[in-house]
Write a new protein. Structure first.
Length: 260
């Protein structure tokens, strides 16, 4: 039986659907040793926040609603991200390569190294960040306003923003690779300055002439080489989609999204 699977979503999906699908993969990894790489996009511009963030301090909900955007609380940690024109990746796994000798920070670094190699394979000089001042990680500043250790930078600017959820059995890490960015929209929704975001982050369109499909292919190759196995392409089964539907209700609800 194959242990690693690839899900390439053919169409952009809603915020609640995307988060429900990621959590479903995380739950499936608790049932057997396996791994998933999922690549996807978003139906509408969406602000996602970390599981423990205080929404009223982190987001301007009135602005977000006026702009016709969505918002959602992730299962993972991290800071506020605007998902708009981007490639989003998710890795869910209960495989030993993430658990035998590695904690959250080490598994985060392993995945970051795969992302760096994938980006470098397309001729972009990506590096792992050494991090930022500790007070920034304790702030309400948005994700792309500063790098945390082992995140990916190009010429000193952040190009990938990621977050992880991990327990004793499985992990889920997902992250955003912006193809372009509406800095005014991100800044307005995340209570931040657009000029500061432009100084701290970059986008794929700014650093590479390669098409998004080429970047997706590089990510798939990178993870295939890392796990030393083919990634078997799959789609959610009808039973899996029932699980997704139940979780979609959670991620659509104010009880979850506005919990803090």
């Amino acid at each position: 039986m194959p242990a690693w699977f690839l899900l390439l979503e053919p169409e952009p999906l809603s915020a609640a659907e995307n988060m429900a699908r990621d959590e479903t993969l995380f739950n499936l990894c608790h049932e057997k040793k396996c791994g998933f790489l999922r690549l996807y996009a978003w139906e509408k511009p969406t602000f996602s926040i970390g599981v423990s963030q205080k929404v009223k301090r982190t987001l301007d909900l009135e602005f977000i609603r006026r702009q016709g955007c969505e918002y959602v609380r992730r299962l993972t940690g991290g800071k506020a991200v605007l998902h708009n024109v981007e490639i989003t990746y998710a890795v869910a796994s209960s495989e030993d390569l993430f658990f035998k000798e590695h904690d959250l920070h080490q598994s985060y670094m392993l995945i970051s190294r795969v992302l760096v190699q994938a980006i470098r394979s397309l001729g972009v000089d990506a590096t792992l960040s050494k991090g930022s001042a500790a007070e920034l990680s304790r702030s309400h500043n948005p994700c792309f306003s500063f790098p945390t250790p082992h995140e990916i930078e190009v010429r000193g600017k952040k190009i990938v923003g990621s977050a992880q959820k991990r327990d004793k059995v499985a992990l889920l890490q997902h992250g955003s690779i912006p193809l372009s960015m509406d800095y005014d929209l991100y800044a307005g929704g995340a209570n931040f300055a657009a000029a500061m975001l432009q100084k701290s982050m970059t986008t794929w369109g700014d650093i590479s002439p390669c098409r998004p499909d080429e970047l997706k292919d590089a990510l798939v190759r990178g993870f295939r080489d890392f796990v030393k196995a083919d990634l078997v392409q799959m789609a959610f089964s009808s039973g899996d989609l029932d699980r997704v539907a139940a979780l979609r209700e959670k991620y659509s609800s104010d009880a979850w999204n506005l919990a803090h």
